[in-house]
Ligand binder design. Structure first.
Ligand code: DQA
Length: 145
């Protein structure tokens, strides 16, 4: 049976492709979802691909993943740098967690260098562009073997 993976996206990632394309590129979140769906089928992983601008909604999805999902890939976006609530929710999840950033956050402003989520993440990716989502999915499949 295909295992379920949550791919969670935080604030402003709905604007991917339009928002600061020099930083985040021209690919839209719908393009990313499509590429993940194709790869998920190949890797025999079932995906729940979600985006919200609201912290509480992301906490709710992490809680929903408890007991149903095998792993979580999360780009918390700006909430990476502020959200103890998302960290606490992830701490209550048992499977592998991969934290993903499209941009290379360590090359950017100092406030982007700290991540609450990194205290829970089993792997952290930054700077692979939107292609990072496919790489994260492959790594998730590897972690779940
Ligand atoms: C981001 C990096 C964050 O610092 C920023 O707030 C985002 C996107 C990334 O994918 O590079 O919204 O998580």
């Amino acid at each position: 049976m295909a295992r379920l993976i949550y791919i969670l996206n935080g604030p402003n990632l709905n604007l991917l492709g339009q928002r600061e394309p020099e930083v985040y590129g021209h690919t839209t979140l719908a393009d990313v979802e499509q590429a993940c769906a194709a790869l998920g089928a190949e890797l025999v992983l079932k995906l729940r691909f979600l985006q919200s601008n609201h912290e509480g909604q992301i906490v709710d999805w992490v809680q929903e993943a408890r007991g149903t999902a095998a792993g979580i890939i999360i780009n918390p976006a700006a909430l990476t740098h502020t959200s103890v609530a998302i960290l606490d929710a992830l701490n209550a999840f048992d499977g592998p967690v991969i934290e993903l950033h499209i941009s290379q956050v360590h090359k950017r402003e100092a406030f982007r260098h700290h991540s609450y989520v990194s205290q829970r993440a089993d792997a952290v990716m930054a700077g692979f562009g939107t292609h990072g989502y496919e790489l994260a999915l492959r790594q998730m499949a590897h972690l779940l073997v």
